[in-house]
Every structure is written in C-alpha cells, then in structure tokens.
Design a protein around this ligand. Structure first.
Ligand SMILES: NC(=O)c1ccc[n+]([C@@H]2O[C@H](COP(=O)([O-])OP(=O)(O)OC[C@H]3O[C@@H](n4cnc5c(N)ncnc54)[C@H](OP(=O)(O)O)[C@@H]3O)[C@@H](O)[C@H]2O)c1
Length: 270
C-alpha cells in the first residue's frame, strides 16, 4: 500500500497517473486540481468513483492554497506520504513555435510568458517540495518526482537547433536544477528527488492548432527525427505513464539522486 500526491490531475498525463495508480485499491491517491467539481465529474464517469481517490482544490502558483491542500493531504494520509508527483505545468501555446529572438519583438508578452512558466513550473514546484518534504520524510518510499521535459536538455537544444518553446524549456531546465538542489539537501535522509521526462505524448494540447502551428509542429517532428531516427510520432498517455511509473519504481537514491532522465530511464527523450 502506498500514498501519492499528484498535481494537475484534471486532464492529460496527470489524469492518467490518477487512473493507473488508483487501479490498485490498496493505494491512496490524492490529486490536486484547480477545478475540483469538473474533475470529480470526469473521475466519476471514467473511473467510477473509486474510493481511494481524493481530489483537492489548489493552484500551485498560490502558496496559501497549496499549503491548505498539503495540510488536507496529511489529514487523508495520516501525516505521511510515499510519493509526490509534480506533474502540473504551465504549457504556453503562445511561445511554442517562434524562436526566442522573434518573441523578443513583443517584450511585454514574452516577459508575461516567461513569468507564467517560471511561476508554475519552478516556483510552484519548489513550494510544493518544501511543503511536502515533512510528510515524505515520514513515508516509506520517500520519492519526489518532477515531471520535466526533454525540451530542457541543453545539449539537444544546441546540437539540433531546437528553437521551439523557449520559455517552457527554460522553466523545465530551472526545475531540473531545483530538483538537483533538493536532492543535494535530502539524499542523506533517503529521499529521492528525480526529474523525469515522459516523452512526446498526445494530450490534446495542439488539437486546436492553426495551419501555421501544424506546419511548425511538423517541422519540430523533423528535428526530433534527426536525433531519434526511430521516432514515429507522439505516444499515448497510457504507454507514457506506464513507462514513467516503471522508472519511478526502479529508481533509487544511490543510482539516480537528483538526475534528469527519460521515460526509458536514460537520456533517450523519445
Ligand atoms: N504531453 C507531452 O508531450 C509532454 C512532454 C514532456 C513533458 N510533459 C510534462 O508532463 C506534464 C503533464 O503534461 P500534459 O501534456 O498532461 O499537460 P496538460 O494536458 O496541459 O495538463 C496540464 C495540467 O497542469 C494543470 N495546471 C496548469 N497550471 C496549474 C496551476 N497553476 N496549478 C495547478 N494545476 C495547474 C492543468 O490544470 P487545468 O486543467 O486546471 O488547466 C492540467 O491538469 C507537464 O509537466 C508537462 O510539462 C508533457
């Protein structure tokens, strides 16, 4: 039996974490969402009101809200947590395809986009780690996982000219650094901090893409194929989360502390 806190479970990969982890009735799975009523309805229809799922309202950019949610989690799990999965993220479509130099022609919008990315993906998660660490120290598994992105691999960005999603990539690189810092502090207490990229997964983020965005997405896929010739397109949430959970299960403080790895457990992002 394990206890989990997952952020951003309303849809996409977060909902898939919720679905797969709650399949085992011995698990207690707490999910943080911004719109509790809507997610409750979705979970009721798709997951048939599993009674090991607990949904809490919270926005990771609001510290007071987050603290309340972590306190409520402690009340549900008896004051301890085995796993934290920091999945929620601000994923900007505005800055998804233009290079940062082009975005620089709209400095105010660029600043807004960068701040939005950093607030949710870095600062929100740092607060989440600090608020949950006392619970995790009392848990058995002691694993805090940040869902990152291969888009933050600096060697890949420079080698394959990945100009896309600069603010998002910058925020995920900063998140990886935060995970390494937390690891440096808490590995001695047996806590594994780890950044994992789930690969490229179709979660519907570009279902309303314009023709230009579709063309840009196609061009990005071409760049991906250069560094991963086996790549044929995005995978499904089901497969991606199965892989990520298997990496989480196998990972240990000794072998993986503070690392940034993929759903395959290495640096193969696709
Ligand atoms: N899909 C991919 O190909 C891919 C690739 C690499 C990495 N990732 C990472 O995987 C994770 C999940 O991605 P996804 O594709 O499932 O994204 P998604 O479908 O856009 O879902 C994002 C989730 O984050 C929540 N969220 C956003 N801002 C929040 C905030 N301030 N407070 C609380 N929750 C917030 C959203 O809630 P609302 O419903 O309330 O907006 C939603 O539940 C992200 O960390 C992403 O960076 C995804």
């Amino acid at each position: 039996m394990s206890t989990y806190l997952i952020t951003g479970v309303s849809r996409g990969l977060g909902f898939e974490f919720l679905r797969q982890l709650s399949e085992d009735p011995a698990n207690t799975v707490v999910g943080l969402v911004r719109d509790k009523a809507t997610t409750e309805k979705k979970a009721s229809v798709e997951l048939h009101d599993r009674d090991n799922i607990h949904l809490l309202q919270g926005d990771i950019t609001d510290y007071a809200f987050l603290k309340k949610a972590v306190d409520a989690t402690a009340a549900i799990t008896g004051g301890a947590l085995d796993y934290v999965i920091a999945n929620a993220a601000f994923i900007s479509t505005w800055s998804a395809f233009d290079p940062i130099g082009v975005l620089g022609n709209q400095p105010e919008k660029l600043e807004q986009d960068l701040l939005g990315s950093l607030n949710a993906n870095v600062i929100g998660n740092i607060h989440l780690f600090n608020l949950t660490i006392p619970l995790v120290l009392r848990g058995h598994a002691k694993k805090i996982i940040a869902i990152s992105s291969g888009m933050a691999d600096i060697d890949v960005i420079t080698k394959f000219d990945i100009t896309e999603s600069a603010p998002y990539s910058i925020s995920k690189a900063a998140l990886n650094a935060a995970v390494a810092k937390f690891s440096a502090q808490y590995a001695k207490d047996g806590v594994l901090f780890l950044s994992i990229s789930p690969g490229l997964v179709d979660t519907g983020n570009f279902k309303d893409a314009t023709i230009e965005q579709q063309q840009a997405l196609f061009a990005l896929m071409g760049k991906f194929k250069k560094f991963a010739p086996h790549f044929t397109g995005p995978t499904t949430p089901d497969l991606a989360i199965r892989d990520v959970l298997s990496v989480i299960k196998k990972a240990s403080v000794d072998a993986d502390k503070g690392a940034f790895i993929s759903q395959h457990g290495d640096k193969n992002w696709l």
